[in-house]
Design a protein around this ligand. Structure first.
Ligand SMILES: NC(=O)c1ccc[n+]([C@@H]2O[C@H](COP(=O)([O-])OP(=O)(O)OC[C@H]3O[C@@H](n4cnc5c(N)ncnc54)[C@H](OP(=O)(O)O)[C@@H]3O)[C@@H](O)[C@H]2O)c1
Length: 232
């Protein structure tokens, strides 16, 4: 079981994704505003991001309290803190790098997709903060397993994958994306090491990852182009 996945991103004409480098744009109020308003038009209540992107929304790291060995088996079970939640901020965090003081990002319930690498103390911290979590693999997060757990636990029918490049690349490479919503701002970045729309981790695959079919195309103010694609 998996939700229908739309990857939604704003990039430069060369596919780079770091808005802090773009300066003032001619049309939209800001890249963030462009991203949020177009994402909202889908009416999808769940967004999934990679660790680096989620670090922008969580608390600063702090010292974790030790937990007793007796607590271990209970902590190592998936934890659904808010079964009735309707909106979700979902982070892939295989090593437990994100820390939480609250169980929400702008009203969206925080759900983390973890691997067994995370410590018991980290899991106890997530429970205390009211964050839901799923253990989805030994050392890495198995994205198929994660999507299955998410759809069953929260009856999730649709979700948006919203970066960064590594996370988008991982979902694309696993054949899990159904649709891509791609906004292009009239900026050429050119920085060789700057993250792109899809950065599949590890060695470059022999062939391109997917063929696409255009669903729709629109020009927005300020020369922003918005194309929606179905992944074939
Ligand atoms: N323009 C846009 O629309 C847009 C949207 C969102 C984000 N962004 C930008 O994108 C930047 C971040 O992009 P990014 O590609 O560097 O980071 P990212 O995709 O958010 O996260 C990458 C990290 O996730 C972990 N990871 C990588 N592959 C994984 C996998 N297959 N399974 C589990 N975990 C995996 C790794 O961390 P560990 O090794 O620690 O596990 C990796 O360093 C941010 O600065 C943000 O501003 C732009």
């Amino acid at each position: 079981m998996k939700p229908y996945l739309v990857c939604h991103m704003v990039t430069t004409i060369d596919g780079r994704i770091m808005p802090a480098r773009w300066g003032t744009l001619p049309g939209p109020k800001s890249a963030a505003n462009l991203f949020e308003t177009t994402a909202a038009s889908y009416g999808i209540g769940a967004w999934i991001v990679g660790t680096t992107t989620m670090l922008q929304f969580c608390a600063k790291p702090f010292k974790l309290k030790p937990v007793s060995a007796g607590a271990r088996s209970a902590l190592r079970r998936d934890h659904i803190a808010k079964p009735d939640a309707k909106r979700f901020a979902i982070g892939v965090d295989r090593r437990g790098r994100t820390f939480w003081r609250s169980d929400e990002v702008d009203g969206d319930h925080v759900v983390l997709l973890l691997s067994d690498r995370v410590s018991d103390a980290y899991l106890a911290h997530l429970r205390a903060a009211g964050v839901s979590y799923f253990l989805c693999g030994k050392t890495d997060v198995n994205l198929r397993v994660a999507l299955d757990k998410l759809s069953r636990a929260f009856r999730l029918k649709k979700a948006m994958v919203q970066g960064g490049g590594a996370m988008n690349g991982s979902f694309l490479n696993e054949g899990l994306l159904d649709e891509i919503s791609h906004l292009i701002v009239p900026v050429a970045d050119g920085g060789r090491d700057i993250q792109t729309l899809f950065d599949i981790p590890g060695r470059a695959p022999k062939k391109s990852a997917a063929k696409l079919r255009v669903i729709s195309h629109r020009m927005l103010g300020g020369g922003v182009s918005w194309t929606k694609y179905r992944v074939m």
